[in-house]
Design a protein around this ligand. Structure first.
Ligand SMILES: [Fe+2]
Ligand SMILES: [Fe+2]
Length: 207
């Protein structure tokens, strides 16, 4: 990697963790009225959206790791669209947390670094494993968002619309990774990823 690229990526990392993300698409559900949530419901929705925001911080790091290590410019280019959508997800979840008077997870910088290390490690194994790791991550995120759709208050249309659109995007991201040659990860790795995600989501829900 050239020194210029290193500086660019470092700048991107700092912005991901510290600055508000921007979205080109409008936020899903922004025309819907705010639901009349009680204090407990609000606390719950903030917890769920904080988990999602945290997951999107990790997605930024994974895609950044992918871009830094991928050997094939075609793959890098193809995944740039997915990475841009992850930035939008980051913006939408942050916006929703703010609307509900909540705050982002304190774990974000730590998880960003952890995910970047994982992304770089997967990248070092070569494109097919790197893509396999991305595809499996996206699949697990999709399953996780399915769970959130069951868990969010039925009348909280604004949160539900965001999660709905993110879910559709994540399905597409997994498809893209598979289309470009993602390898199927060994089952123990998938299980380890699920367990790590469970610890991460359980903690981010609270802090
Ligand atoms: Fe996402
Ligand atoms: Fe994604």
């Amino acid at each position: 990697m050239s020194p210029d690229q290193l500086i660019l990526e470092f700048d991107r990392a700092l912005r991901t963790v510290l600055a508000p993300a921007r979205s080109i698409r409008s936020t899903p559900g922004e025309m819907l009225p705010e639901a009349d949530l009680d204090t407990e419901q609000k606390r719950h929705v903030v917890g769920l959206m904080r988990v999602n925001h945290c997951g999107e911080i990790c997605a930024q790091a994974l895609y950044q790791g992918q871009a830094l290590t991928s050997r094939d410019p075609k793959i890098r280019e193809a995944l740039r669209g997915a990475a841009d959508e992850e930035t939008e997800h980051l913006a939408w979840t942050e916006q929703r947390i703010t609307e509900l008077g909540g705050r982002k997870s304190l774990l974000n910088p730590l998880l960003y670094l952890g995910s970047l290390s994982l992304g770089l490690a997967a990248g070092a194994l070569g494109d097919k494993w790197n893509l396999g790791f991305l595809a499996e991550t996206e699949r697990q995120v999709e399953a996780h968002l399915d769970g959130h759709l069951l868990n969010l208050p039925v009348d909280d249309g604004r949160s539900r619309a965001i999660v709905d659109q993110m879910r559709l995007d994540e399905i597409q991201h997994a498809e893209t990774a598979i289309q470009y040659g993602a390898a199927e990860l060994p089952v123990p790795i998938k299980v380890a990823m699920k367990m790590a995600a469970k610890v991460m989501t359980g903690t981010a829900y609270r802090i």
